[in-house]
Design a protein around this ligand. Sequence first.
Ligand code: CP
Length: 672
Amino acid sequence: MIRSLSHSGKADERCENRVTRLIMRNLISIADLTNAEIEEIFALADDAEELRREKPAAGRIMATLFYEPSTRTRLSFESAMHRLAGGVISCADMRASSAAKGESLADTAKVVSSYADVLVVRHHWDGAVRAMAEHADVPVINAGDGRHEHPTQTLCDLYTLRKEKGELKGLTVAVCGDLKNGRTIHSLVYALARFGANVVTLAAAGMELPQYVLERLELDYGYTLNPLATGDLSAVVTATDALYLTPKQPHQLALFTQMDAAIQSQISALASGLRYDAFYMTRKQKERIKEGAEGDSYPTIGDHFLREKRFKDTVVMHPLPRVDELSPELDRDKRGIYFKQAAYGVPVRMALLKFLFDHAGGKAGKVGNKGILYESPECLGPHCVNSNCVTVTEAGSTRRRFALLSGGPGGALILGCVYCDHRFKVQLVGHVKTKRYCAYDISLRATIGDWLKTNELAIFNSIKEAEELGYEPYESRGQRVIMNDDEIGEAVQSISREILKACQDLDTLLLLGIRTQGSLLARRVAAELEKQNRRKYEVGEIDIYGVDDEIRRISPADPDAGRLNLRDREIVLLDDVIYTGRTIKDALSIIFRSARPKAVRLAVLIDRGHREVPVKPNFVGKHIPSSERERVRVKLRATEGGEKDEAVIYSIVNPNDSAPRPRPQNAPARSS
Ligand code: CP
């Protein structure tokens, strides 16, 4: 984003002794800098003494606004500004600022930017720094926002790695610990992918890289995810499974639904060939974890690491502060470089400030797939699903905008929040002029493109929202029943019988449904298995666009049962309809980065064919090849409130070709 204010602007007139007001860019995400710009910053950092002599910040003031504690980021920014001959103003404790009286982020940004030339902000809400940047009259630098990003830490990390290893391309970096809540990790993995490094993830249980981060790695940088052999690193990094993120194709091991011996050996081969250049450890982000949700074990790097020959050239990094993830022995070993990494904070941040001063008014680097910017033309519209997003916690300082991305599971249309990056599927779309709405379907893609161009595309999170604005549903044409209540019942019985035959150890069986129809099916199958085999089986649910718990137990509903365990289980993944296979691919990716099961088999009620990704269901209720314009909808009693189960097929009516506005009818079809 570019901020500009002319030299003769009003703010300058108010401040007679101000030299020149900075006109420069914000740094909110690591994607705001191109690789070439990052290299330019590193070149400046290499000659920090020269920067000190040059005094590029003379007459300028930096304001540091830290709503969360900090030692390194805050003090190294302040030190950097002093060394560039600039001044610093700060609020020692934001709880003692007018924020405590309820002042909004927008007002604080507006006011403080009339006292300073650059703001450095840390906040506990995802996207809060972007929200402030939208209201500030001067550039804003993100010093860490919630679980989202910490781009200046990533600059320090990359700089340290480059100093130690020469270049970033081709390095293999293992990122360890709390990969879900650690913002430093999110910025770092994007940057490592951009520079062509490989990433191995070693997450604490329940703290795996979020799906939206993995999707961005895949969509923007072509990175794929592969499980590594269980135990490969267990002696040196305790309590974790490994995953390998690499730009090299076609390692698509996660797409195989069955972890058979051949795949296990490919996984082992992949692990044994890896040379680790760095282990990047992080602490458990206790302040972002709900009470009671902490797991028992957390990865640590112990003395074993120091003794293993294969790690003799592997450096250990940590953004600090550390708690007890690192063996104290590492402090005395030359491979422990985390204090050096913290010390580089000053030259790197000096270089960043100088770079931003020099590039005042320049275009912000845009790295990655930003999609099409979408803001609802209606007063009601989509909202971010992340409860810690600034659009939810302080809606008044934000405008709900999203990147509209195609290519989600099953050709889904995805909205990515501009502030926090969280993603969710578009369910309902409406046409502003005709005031009609329908469920989004891939066959509407061209029509929706036309509506976008003319700003006539409404997107709703719920039917209620659409109806409150007077929208009525579109008609669909020619529904035909393809499975009736009896046939669905028989399919559930036959799938259950086949599961009992295929499963080698029923003690480890876990039924995992894809939310929401898949989870209903999983419950049905569990009930049938109980009838056929006289015992109960555990049932869980996967939420592909879940924010906190992507995998959860739904039965038995025992609050004391702890986290759902996937390790060494024989999992049956269930969904109602399989078409392109992308939903299944995403579900498999969630499973494999959570734990290493013994086997994953796939059961679907209806297989429509048309696979985009190579997944093959093991158990199928009915095969129904269908065209792209056709829609299959499975109605199961518990969701529809009806008396019978039914699966129907019908054609989508292109809204542009449809008849005059119909009378209101029942709810539109949901995506399958
Ligand atoms: N690495 C880092 O952000 O440290 P602080 O929290 O001390 O700023």
